[in-house]
Design a protein around this ligand. Structure first.
Ligand code: MF3
Ligand code: CO
Length: 276
């Protein structure tokens, strides 16, 4: 799994092409922040997401994606409440006040991929859910910051795990994780959301990684639905999932799926300044 020979190293020019895909994904998330409200179905969100992707010059990467269980039927994964990841948009799944929804989006521009996820509250949500989402976002940013100084992939995984544990008693979903990204959505290496520092492939300029912690308000155990895609918590507690695609540059990290490239969250010392 940690085959370093299979990591695709990118040139700065290729990172700029990935940035185009990343910005399409970011545009979809902006549209989702506007659209998510009580009464909207997850299928409505999917239709809107596909429109935004195509009108921005992208192609939805999830649509038709096949990992052996048949082609994925949507442009987003819309995972509500106890659904953790990969839930299929449905016209009968209508959002209600107090729900939590993770929206995972992938887009391809000129053959290069972007992939990111946000978790949003619908209307007014309970404080413990807001805290769950913050813990997940913080863990993702802890991983992104760690990537700026990491020597090995395990340093990033360890930073994500430590951040979650520091935030509270959350379940850390272990069956899924982050991944390399480039001319395919999923590339080596697999990025665990837990683990030890100092192990795994070396972090080097040219790497592009999608970091995506998934945490639950209860236990970490997950169950897979009969539809072959939807992953939910076994104990029925709500889950959060956040993701960014990042580029490891010579002079720091470029968050390809963040509109500001990560400048604000990372600060000048960790963000790449070479980008444009
Ligand atoms: N963004 C998801 C990931 O990072 C992929 C969604 S699976 C798909 O693993 F089938 F919807 F594409
Ligand atoms: Co991903």
């Amino acid at each position: 799994m940690f085959s370093r020979d299979r990591i695709q190293y990118k040139t700065p020019e290729q990172f700029r092409r990935m940035r185009a895909a990343g910005l399409v994904v970011a545009a979809v998330h902006d549209a989702m922040r506007e659209a998510v409200k009580p009464g909207v179905s997850t299928k409505d969100l999917d239709v809107l997401a596909e429109k935004v992707i195509r009108s921005s010059g992208g192609v939805p990467s999830f649509l038709g994606y096949d990992i052996g269980n048949g082609p994925y039927p949507g442009s987003i994964c819309s995972s509500v409440n106890d659904q953790v990841v990969h839930a299929i948009p449905s016209p009968t799944q209508v959002l209600e006040d107090g729900d939590l929804i993770s929206i995972d989006v992938g887009a391809i521009v000129d053959g290069w991929h972007g992939d990111a996820a946000i978790t949003l509250g619908v209307g007014e949500v309970a404080k413990e859910l807001t805290a769950l989402v913050s813990a997940c976002e913080e863990a993702m940013w802890a991983g992104i910051r760690a990537a700026a100084t990491a020597r090995r992939l395990g340093d990033i995984s360890f930073a994500i795990q430590t951040s979650i544990q520091d935030a509270g008693d959350y379940g850390i979903v272990t069956g899924f994780g982050g991944h390399g990204i480039g001319t395919e959505m999923h590339q080596d290496p697999h990025v665990l959301n837990y683990g030890r520092s100092g192990v795994g492939p070396k972090i080097r300029p040219g790497m592009a990684l999608a970091l995506e912690p998934m945490i639950t308000l209860g236990e970490a155990e997950i169950v897979e639905d009969d539809d072959g895609w939807t992953v939910s918590t076994a104990d029925g507690t709500p889950a959060a999932h956040t993701e960014h695609s990042i580029a490891v540059c010579d002079d720091g990290i470029w968050v390809l799926t963040a509109p500001d490239g990560g400048a604000e969250r990372l600060g000048e010392s960790l963000a790449s300044l070479a980008r444009q």
